[in-house]
Write a protein that binds this ligand. Structure first.
Ligand code: AMP
Length: 313
């Protein structure tokens, strides 16, 4: 079985992976890491959440950062604030034995001042939601001239959320001789168009089946009348008292109502949606991660890419 060292990953990063318990590369890592450590390549990868894609692009990006240069050299775009914080956290874990490497999550709802100060001090990897990055570009607070790699993570979801214009504006400001990596769970036409417009002869990689759900998830559905949905939900929760999961709702109003009802009925639940302030969202996510909250009732702000382990304590 191949190891991270054999894929070309440096010692100090491998040490961090050992701390994280990563023993062998996952398939997406085995494919993507050597390509990124080799000659400049563009990559389109169809990969679901949970396949290990953050390390697949993150490890080579980290390894190629020049820590003497204080300007951003890698830019990762992703759809939600939660994902932005998670990716930045993962990259910091991978880079924990590398001195002077700074990763900055840039997302709406957090303080401009803090982000601008951090950028002034020096940041080599920026993980951003497109809207806030555009704001910082308009404020001339971020210099993108040294960016050599751009990652579009969860590209389909970014387009679903209406970020196409922002992505176009951002890519127009990044040097052309960069490599561009696009990760997407699905490949609708709009994503294919981005790949065509911004990428040069991309290598295409598919992990798992196209458009399929994550493999380690068992899907079950119950058919109930709309008026009985809440009762059905309660029955499921009552049947599995130690249930730990996310209840997705379509609208913010439904989300809040169902969370309120559950809480009123004595269940351990919280709502997560875009009407909450960033501080509230961060606090709810944190409580869910450490299992102080058992049921997270959420809109699709939480739909993609969040990785909460049963063992996160
Ligand atoms: P991602 O798809 O990047 O969100 O990763 C999914 C999960 O797999 C995360 O919890 C990672 O920490 C974990 N992971 C990624 N690569 C490895 C690896 N090589 N060995 C074990 N776990 C991994």
């Amino acid at each position: 079985m191949i190891t991270f060292e054999e894929l070309g990953i440096s010692k100090e990063i491998v040490l961090a992976l050992v701390d994280l318990g990563f023993e062998v590369p996952m398939p997406v890592q085995e494919k993507v890491i050597p390509l990124l450590l080799g000659e400049k390549t563009d990559i389109v990868a169809l990969a679901q959440t949970g396949t290990g894609k953050t390390a697949a692009y993150g490890l080579p990006l980290i390894q190629q950062i020049d820590t003497d240069n204080q300007l951003p050299q890698a830019l990762i775009l992703c759809p939600t604030r939660e994902l932005c914080v998670q990716i930045a956290g993962d990259l910091n874990d991978f880079a924990k034995y590398i001195d002077d490497l700074h990763v900055l999550p840039v997302y709406g709802g957090s303080s401009y001042d803090v982000q601008i100060k951090a950028l002034k001090r020096g940041v080599q990897i920026v993980v951003a939601t497109p809207g806030r990055l555009i704001d910082l570009m308009h404020r001339k607070a971020i210099k993108l001239r040294d960016v050599r790699s751009v990652v579009l993570d969860e590209a389909d979801e970014m387009l679903n959320m209406g970020f196409l214009d922002s992505i176009n504006d951002i890519l127009a400001e990044v040097p052309e001789n960069r490599s561009t990596l696009l990760f997407s769970a699905t490949m609708p036409r709009e994503v294919a168009v981005i790949a065509k417009n911004y990428m040069k002869n991309p290598v295409e990689i598919t992990i798992g089946n196209r458009n399929s759900g994550a493999e380690n998830i068992k899907h079950v559905y119950y058919t109930v009348h709309a008026r009985d949905k809440y009762t059905a939900l309660k029955r499921i929760v009552d049947f599995y008292p130690s249930i730990y999961g996310i209840v997705f709702c379509r609208t913010r109003i439904d989300t809040q109502e169902i969370a309120d009802k559950l809480i009123g009925d004595g269940y351990n639940a919280e709502a997560l949606h875009g009407d909450l302030s960033q501080v509230q969202r961060d606090s709810v996510m944190q409580k869910f991660r450490i299992r102080h909250v058992q049921l997270l009732v959420a809109t699709d702000v939480a739909a993609r890419g969040l990785d909460v382990r049963k063992t996160d304590q």
